[in-house]
Every structure is written in structure tokens, then in C-alpha cells.
Write a new protein. Structure first.
Length: 659
């Protein structure tokens, strides 16, 4: 998915605080009464009040909007939703905005509508970074989900899932008038609307232009005209009359069939397993966590400190986009826990030192080419890096205001405190078998001394359970990493912020930690003087007067990170390997895509693994994504990123390339 530099809205103002777009030379809403216009043009023709009240139990009502603008439509719809819907329903508001407003401009509009102050305050706390792509905002204890796509709507709509439970119930066609915004009002817009709609999906729009009405009709919608608001003579609204079958462009990544809430087993009590267990438990599942070790968080999740920060690449590739979403998911979950002192760490900023010419060039290109906002990353020269850290530094760097460090084991333990979770340690899995009952999936897990059964199993074992990884076809490679612990009297000063260099160095409750080595294929579980020396050398080259210890006077630990060939985790339902062989791999790889059947999975079997050295910014998004697949709700990622971490991707790539 190509990401273009985001173009921010250029705003002028009228005397009554109505924003005017200098890009489109048009007003965002009526100067007479913007809120009345919203109700007349969008809420009433879509019959939202009546439909909200009739929503089924535990259902999701999904609205898609072209043009978020100041968020006035969103405020009005959410207020209506909170007034009429039961607590166990969810509103999913999906909005596309090519030129997003800065929050200061949005807030100026919202000040004219004090009746929305509660919603405005919640949105302000979660409003995403102004960077291209998909951003999820969860409000009011997850009763409202706002998905913002910053970028071209015609690029964003194809990234939306069209499975049954992801379809749109009502469309708000906003944005500027077709004569001033012709790039949006294209046939592709209406075709995507039809792809993402069901037979009861409605739409409403402020325009009644003939080319818009004809294109909607051609896409299968009925169209009616009505009186417009204020100075607009006519508007139109309607409903999808002729749903059409749309073939997926990647049938091998089709989403699995949802499973009714019941019992779940999670294998592994590190970050990956604990985060999945927490999401499942929150959704009402009764979760049993099986851990082979004598306690939870014994591998890499047991390190004293791990750094958290976005992944910066010059071209803002799939990995950067994936980990930015992971970073946002981490902040959503962890910041409240930090504020309540339920986990250990600090997210007040961190520094990535650009210690090589390549890393410096990459960062400068990303800042220029992608237009990274200062809320995400700020360039610092060498002197500014030293000032930030509080010790001498040898290179320039990037400062991440929302980055920092976390104690992974405290996060694991907080996740596992949920009352719906039961943890069993010293339970090494020996076999995993599907029992195939007639009505719903049932799995049996045998350990050395116990037998467990559940409706679903999530494998989050990391790299060391080679037998299970091979059984599931997971190309996981363990990589040894040794970290070095430094006591307070072994450093010259406490770092103001954690820092990435050739390795990383971070403050922690017991002093500081530096690491980590990258030792493949070394599988020794013992620390070494050589490993400590490498960590100290990396720290000293970047921070020459910080660490005062020698390699033979420090302590540390060894852990094994689970890595993958493309450095992205493996997340999702496990395909049926025999069926894939018969339906894909034994067939020609050159057929037109629609000729291949949809993927078939081992019902109830899932994985969250391969998180490597970035587990603290990937496991939470992975858990959200797994829950969406298990429950059958809309994905938490655009399709390109969902596909990028799919368990079948390696085998599919090999087959599709003719190998």
C-alpha cells in the first residue's frame, strides 16, 4: 500500500466560525445552521434514529462517510447513538478524509456546539496523528469506534473488508460539491459503495447532480430526490436495490468463519499470549492460559525494560505502516494502565540515535517524503540529543514524544489479572488435536499431566516450541538475545529517556539495561562475558561517558526472540494445509484470481507469534485483530496490512511466484 505525504486542510474562517476550504474554495457546512443541515441531509434520510433503536442485541451499526471535515456529522450521529442505543451495541463510524484538519481548527468548530462537549473531550484525547493511512479511535468504553482513513477515499475504500459482518449500514456522502471535488465523485466511489453494502444499506447526500444520481443507479442503488437544506435546492437519498457478487482479490486471505463465544485456550504466557487472553476475556470468553515454564513472562517478556517507538523507514513501507498501527494500539491500552500505576514504565519520550550514515539518510528522507508530524518524530542534532538524554552523545537522532520504555512482565501480569482468565504453569503442550463435534469446533490439548478442551485455541508459544510451530507450518526462527543489567553505581547518570543506538539502553527500576545481542544460531541459555562486552561497546560508542562498568562485573539474562523471514508477526486463523495443497498449490498459479476458492481454515485454531524484538508494539494490535476474526467483527486494519501478517502468506507467495 503506497503512502503519499498527507496534505493538511488549509482553512479560512467566516465571522460565525464556519470553516472555508482554500483547497476546494467551498464551505464545510451551511453558514445558516450547520447542525440542522446535518440532521436534514444525512440523519433523517438515513432514518438513523429509528434504525438505532431497532438494532439487535450485541450488534454493530456501521456508517461510512466521505469527508470527515470538522467532525460535525460524527458528533451529531454519536450523540444520537448514545441517546437511543442499549449499552451492548456498538457504533462503528468509518470516515475518509483526504485533507484532515488540525485539531486546533476542529476544536474551533466544536466550541460553537457546547452540547457535544462530552464527545469532543473524548475525541480530543484520542485524535490520531496526522499521517496517511488507517487510524482507529475507541470511545465510551468501546461503545463507539471511529475509523479514520487519512488519504484519498478511492485508495481507502478498496482497503475495507467486505465480509458479511463488515458491511456498511448507511452512507453519508459528504465532501465538497462534485464540480469542485471531481476526483472523489468518480464511478469507482459508487462501485466500492456497492461492494461494501447489503440489501438494506441506505445513503444520503447533499447533492442531486445528474451524474451522481445516474452513477449511483448504475451501481445498483435506488435514488430519490428531496428538498435540500438552506440554499441547496435539492438533495438525494436511497437504498441498495441490487446487491451484486464481488470476488475477493486475494481469496487465500479470506477471513475465517466467526465462532460463538465460549471457552478458549491460549498456549503461552508471554506478551503475545497474555494480550490475546486479555482481549478474549474482555469479550466474555472463559480463558485458560497454559505456560510451559514455572511462571509467566519467562522469555523475552521477562526483560527488565523494552523500548517502544514507531519504525521509521524512508518509504514508509508496509512494516512502518503495520508497526505504527501497533504503536497506536499499544498506547490505547497501556496509557490508562500507566496512569493508574498498574504497569511499570514511562511513555514520556525516547531517542533513536542515527549512528550510521544509512540510518541518518533514511530518517531525513522519511521526514521529508512522508511528512512525519512532530507529534510522532522530531529531528535532533548531536548536541540536542545529548541535552535530551542528559549525557554526552556521538550522533544526531530522532525524538519520539510518545515513545518510552515498559517493563514487559508487569504488562503480562496486568493482562492476566482479568477474572475470566485462569493460568496454569508447568504445562508443556504435547499434543493438539481437533475433535470435530457436529455443532461447533472443539480442541483437545494434552500436556504431560493434564488434558484440556476448548472451543478455540490460540498458539502464542514464541520460538522455542519447535514441534508445535512445525505442526502449524509457522516459519519461526529463534534468535538469542542477551541483555546487560547495570546498577545505579555502574552508570554515571540516569538517562532522561531510553535510547536506541546499535542496541538500546534504558532506565529501569533497578538502574538500567543495555542490549540486546543478536546471536543466531546460538541456542545457549547462558550469558557470556562476550555478550556483555558487545552491549557495553554499543552503549559506549553512542554514549561515551555513561556506562562505567566492565563486562565481568555486570549481570544479565538471555532470551530467545521469535523472528520471521519478513520481520512481521504471524497472526490469524491457521489454514487447512491439505486443502491448500489441493485447492492452490497443485493448481496453476497463473489463473485469474476469482477462479480460486476462498481459504479454508482449521476451525477454532489461531496463532499470534513471530513478534521478534518489537513485541511491545505488535502484540496488542495482534490481539485486537485476532478477536475481530474470532468474533467476526470488522478488521482493525486495512486489508493490505491484514494480509501482510496472515499465517498463509509465505506459502502463498512461494506458489504465486511459480516456485
Amino acid at each position: 500500500m503506497e503512502v503519499k505525504k498527507l496534505s493538511i486542510a488549509q482553512i479560512s474562517w467566516t465571522g460565525n466560525a464556519v470553516p472555508y476550504s482554500r483547497q476546494f474554495e467551498d464551505y464545510y457546512f451551511s453558514s445558516d445552521n450547520g447542525l440542522q443541515e446535518v440532521h436534514h441531509t444525512f440523519i433523517e434520510p438515513n432514518c438513523l434514529a429509528e434504525r438505532f433503536a431497532l438494532s439487535k442485541k450485541n450488534s454493530v451499526f456501521r456508517i461510512a462517510e466521505t469527508g470527515f471535515g470538522s467532525g460535525l456529522n460524527f458528533l451529531a450521529v454519536v450523540q444520537l447513538w448514545l441517546q437511543v442505543h442499549p449499552l451492548n451495541h456498538q457504533l462503528h463510524f468509518l470516515s475518509f478524509e483526504k485533507h484532515p484538519m488540525r485539531w486546533v481548527d476542529i476544536e474551533r468548530v466544536h466550541q460553537s456546539y457546547p452540547q457535544f462537549s462530552l464527545i469532543t473531550s473524548a475525541l480530543r484525547a484520542q485524535y490520531p496523528l496526522l499521517i496517511s493511512g488507517w487510524h482507529d479511535v475507541w470511545l465510551f468504553e468501546r461503545r463507539v469506534r471511529l475509523t479514520l482513513w487519512f488519504g484519498d477515499v478511492l485508495q481507502g475504500l478498496p482497503e475495507c473488508d467486505a465480509s458479511t459482518n463488515s458491511l456498511v449500514d448507511a452512507w453519508i456522502l459528504d465532501g465538497f460539491t462534485p464540480s469542485k471535488n471531481p476526483d472523489m465523485w468518480q464511478p469507482a466511489l459508487y462501485q466500492q459503495m456497492a461492494r461494501l453494502s447489503h440489501k438494506h444499506t441506505t445513503f444520503a447526500t447533499f447533492t442531486a447532480a445528474g451524474n451522481v444520481r445516474r452513477a449511483l443507479q448504475a451501481a445498483g442503488f435506488t435514488v430519490q430526490k428531496a428538498s435540500g437544506y438552506g440554499k441547496k435546492r435539492e438533495m438525494c437519498f436511497g437504498q441498495l436495490e441490487q446487491p451484486r457478487k464481488h470476488s475477493p482479490k486475494a481469496p487465500w486471505f479470506t477471513r475465517p468463519t466467526p465462532i460463538k463465544t465460549g471457552k478458549a485456550i491460549v498456549i503461552g504466557a508471554g506478551l503475545a499470549g497474555a494480550s490475546v487472553a486479555y482481549q478474549l476475556a474482555n469479550a466474555g470468553w472463559q480463558v485458560t492460559v497454559l505456560e510451559a515454564e514455572s511462571d509467566v513472562a519467562k522469555q523475552a517478556s521477562g526483560n527488565l525494560a523494552g523500548t517502544v517507538h514507531p519504525l521509521i523507514t524512508a518509504d514508509w513501507n508496509l512494516r512502518s505502516q503495520w508497526y505504527l498501527q501497533g504503536f497506536e494500539a499499544m498506547l490505547r491500552l497501556i496509557i490508562p494502565w500507566l496512569n493508574q500505576q498498574e504497569v511499570v514504565g514511562e511513555l514520556q519520550g525516547m531517542v533513536q540515535m542515527l549512528v550510521t550514515k544509512t540510518s541518518l539518510e533514511r530518517a531525513r528522507e522519511a521526514l521529508q517524503r512522508v511528512g512525519l508530524p512532530t507529534e510522532l518524530a522530531i529531528f535532533l542534532n548531536r548536541e540536542q540529543v545529548a541535552q535530551k538524554l542528559g549525557t554526552e552523545a556521538t550522533a544526531s537522532g530522532l525524538f519520539f514524544p510518545n515513545g518510552g520504555w515498559l517493563n514487559p512482565s508487569s504488562v503480562v501480569k496486568r493482562c492476566l489479572q482479568h477474572p475470566n482468565i485462569t493460568v496454569h504453569v508447568k504445562q508443556s503442550v504435547e499434543s493438539l488435536v481437533q475433535l470435530n463435534p457436529p455443532c461447533s469446533p472443539l480442541w483437545q490439548v494434552d500436556t504431560g499431566n493434564h488434558r484440556y478442551q476448548s472451543n478455540i485455541v490460540v498458539v502464542a508459544t514464541g520460538s522455542l516450541h519447535d514441534k508445535l510451530n512445525q505442526q502449524l507450518g509457522l516459519p519461526i526462527r529463534p534468535v538469542k538475545g542477551q541483555v546487560t543489567h547495570l546498577k545505579a553505581d555502574q552508570i554515571s547518570t540516569t538517562l532522561n529517556f531510553p535510547v536506541i543506538h546499535a542496541g538500546y539502553s534504558s532506565p529501569c527500576l533497578e538502574g538500567a539495561v543495555s542490549g540486546a545481542t543478536f546471536e543466531a544460531p546460538n541456542m545457549s541459555e547462558q550469558t557470556s562475558i562476550g555478550g556483555h562486552q558487545q552491549n557495553l561497546d554499543n552503549a559506549n560508542q553512542a554514549l561515551p561517558h555513561w556506562a562505567t562498568a566492565s563486562a565481568n562485573t555486570v549481570q544479565g539474562r538471555v532470551a530467545f526472540r521469535p523472528t520471521t523471514p519478513d520481520h512481521l508477526p504471524i497472526i490469524g486463523a491457521i489454514p487447512d494445509p491439505q486443502w491448500m495443497e489441493e485447492s492452490y498449490f497443485s493448481q496453476s498459479h497463473t489463473h485469474v484470481v476469482y477462479q480460486y476458492p476462498a481459504q479454508r481454515y482449521q476451525a477454532g485454531l489461531y496463532v499470534s507469534n513471530g513478534h521478534g524484538p518489537r513485541g511491545l508494539i505488535s502484540v496488542f494490535l495482534a490481539a485486537e485483530s485476532l478477536l475481530a476474526d474470532i468474533q467476526g467483527t470488522a478488521p482493525v486494519q486495512p486489508l493490505s496490512l491484514y494480509h501482510a501478517s496472515h499465517p498463509a502468506r509465505f506459502a502463498i507467495r512461494k506458489w504465486r511466484s511459480g516456485k
